[in-house]
Design a protein around this ligand. Structure first.
Ligand code: AMP
Length: 270
């Protein structure tokens, strides 16, 4: 495994390689990231994993500061997986001032996390545009856990580059909680409750199959979860998986949730 600390290292190392698979991450790697990396190794000639905590996608400075970082452990994991390259850029490698990129979301995209985390996806799309330009991969592997991010990045990146976005299934722990680097910030009780919330939503979605008035039931579920687990819910919504429009039909739809449990914000979809 070669460690690339700047863009010169990267250009030298990647020169002449084709069918490059790219897994962008913010580190604190877990089995969710590992599943993306394994898929890339399977489908690509060379795999490059980046670890970069992107300041531009944090709408809150405190959140950026407390985001878990664990580079030593990450490098061990990547070495064991036999990843070809790990890219550890500095802020200046990504955000050179001369080429400014201004991302503006469409009105219909300003939903869910775009509504509750102002500037977040603009920051994500900007960093993904810059990373794609630098790495120039054939394929970029991204998780369905961050479904809204996956669709938005796919729309922007595939419009401007030849790189294809490959979506990867959400990996969960034994209690059905979606793995996330942020889970390490949860207290033990909150971790247990977050698992219970996931299980409850998996069962709830199945029950919606033969029901009418789904939006009403979803509103009731939202109130139930709020009371039972003392959480702050940003949204609990049923949306179409192709265009993310609100829907009252369970076919081709997913339940999307974002909530804070003791000030740790989690998102998921079912
Ligand atoms: P992050 O390091 O949180 O920015 O995530 C890097 C990539 O890993 C993104 O494409 C995420 O969607 C993906 N990812 C994070 N958690 C999971 C998970 N539990 N299952 C599958 N993919 C995930």
């Amino acid at each position: 495994m070669k460690t690339l600390l700047n863009n010169i290292d990267l250009n030298e190392a990647l020169f002449g390689n084709s069918n490059i698979g790219f897994v962008p991450t913010m580190g604190s790697l877990h089995d969710g990231h590992i599943s993306l990396i394994k898929k890339s190794i399977k489908l690509s000639n060379k795999t490059i994993v980046s670890i970069f905590v992107n300041p531009k996608q944090f709408n809150n400075k405190k959140d950026y500061k407390k985001y878990p970082r664990n580079i030593k452990k990450d490098l061990k994991i990547l070495k064991k997986l036999k990843v070809d390259f790990v890219y550890l850029p500095k802020i200046k490698d990504i955000f050179r001032t001369k080429n400014k990129i201004k991302i503006k979301l469409n009105k219909q995209d300003k939903i869910m996390c775009a509504k509750y985390r102002k500037g977040h996806f603009e920051g994500v799309i900007e960093v993904m545009t810059r990373l794609t330009k630098i790495v120039n991969p054939s394929k970029i592997f991204m998780g369905e856990k961050d479904f809204q991010q996956l669709l938005l990045v796919k729309k922007y990146v595939e419009k401007n580059f030849k790189s294809k976005i490959i979506s990867c299934k959400t990996i969960r722990d034994k209690n059905k909680l979606a793995l996330s680097s942020r889970n390490t910030l949860l207290k033990k009780d909150d971790l247990i409750n977050a698992g219970k919330i996931s299980k409850s939503l998996i069962i709830f979605k199945r029950k919606l199959l033969n029901k009418k008035n789904l939006n009403n039931l979803i509103l009731m579920k939202k109130n139930e979860l709020k009371k039972k687990y003392d959480i702050k819910i940003d949204y609990l919504e049923l949306r179409n998986i192709k265009n993310l429009k609100l829907t009252n039909k369970i076919q081709n739809a997913k339940i999307f949730i974002a909530y804070s449990i003791n000030n740790v914000r989690l998102i998921d979809n079912f």
